[in-house]
Design a protein around this ligand. Sequence first.
Ligand code: GP9
Length: 412
Amino acid sequence: LEETTAYFSEKQEEARQATSAETFGKYKGKNVIIVQVEAFMNFVIGKEIGGEEITPHFNNLMKESLYFKNFYHQTGQGRTSDADFVTNISLHPLPTGSVFVRYPDHEYDALSSILGSEGYHTAAYHAYESSFWNRYMMYKNMGYDEFKNRNNYIMNEAVGWSLGDKSFFKQSVDYITEEQLKNPAPFYSFMTTLTSHHPYGLPASLRELNTDSLGKSMMGNYLQSIHYVDAALGELVEQLKKEGLWDDTLLVVYGDHDNSIKEKADYETFLGTSLSDLEMHQIMNQVPLLMHLPDGDQAGIYLEPAGQIDIAPTVLHLLGISTEDNYLMGSDLLSTSKRMTVLRSGAFANRDLVYIPSEDRRFENGSCYEMPAGKQTDIQACKPSYEKSKLELSISDQLITHNLIHKLRAKE
Ligand code: GP9
């Protein structure tokens, strides 16, 4: 408890100072839509195959959005559920299993419950079985007013595991507009897509790219799926504009985790270059993060490392909701810069260094790189940040497993 209290007093002081930043509360009362895209990785952004852009809609939206180029997923074995947990609850996932499944009844400061207590209507949307990853239980704990799951969607576009993302977005926005008519309060919508799920078996009628140069590889199928999701994102933006919601909504889009294609050769063939261990590590761990603010404000390419853990604090900062009394491990991305992004594997990245652990997890057997040069350096250069990253993971683990938020609040 003492260690945890000391850690969070520092974080909460950072949050207190952030309230005087220019960006704090700039979008007070605006709606928030967060889209978590299945297996959406950063290496496809801005890339082409057969003369066509893989993500033309995303690339276009980037021009009027904040795009975080060095953004990491921080998931562990709980995959999609971990991404949801890190993003909405701003703690690390566990070293084994999924928090959604193991500790769905512990106390957390979820973005949904914080926004709910600020008068927002909150809803989670995912067109699959509500029990998968124990969402049904966990979303109750996270305080969502509604959870629209497979039972609430008309299956008019069957693709892969479930409903295609185009119809999923269309029906989800219809639910939002329906609710707005009854209750015009600001809303928070968390949408989890599914079409681009492994093994990427998109029907021939939906494959629009020419991936012949990759043969019949899974990588080709993956790119086809991502191209489809990108078109679905384009339709989502158009529908939000048509419904008059676009100018009053913060839209956040990010990838949940890697695509499970682990062979380096597949990436080398697609990118047309050989890849170092560091480059391969970045490819497998970086996902895109895009934030569109009304009027295209703050647009640009942000290079400082960041991770899913920073999304909830950033959204709350922009809405002017102070997190001084919350237990969130991430940082607001607009008012802080000297961050360290810690991954569940024990890897970390800050402005100057990237550390990659070895298989045996012994610190001295890992690799330390100077950034942005990407040059391997003496492992000892990574030692101080390594100690900090270890502490961060262990505090998060203890907080979750021993229900410490509950205990700390009881002490207050
Ligand atoms: C299913 C979906 C898939 O509901 O979220 O999760 P994943 O297998 O990617 O962890």
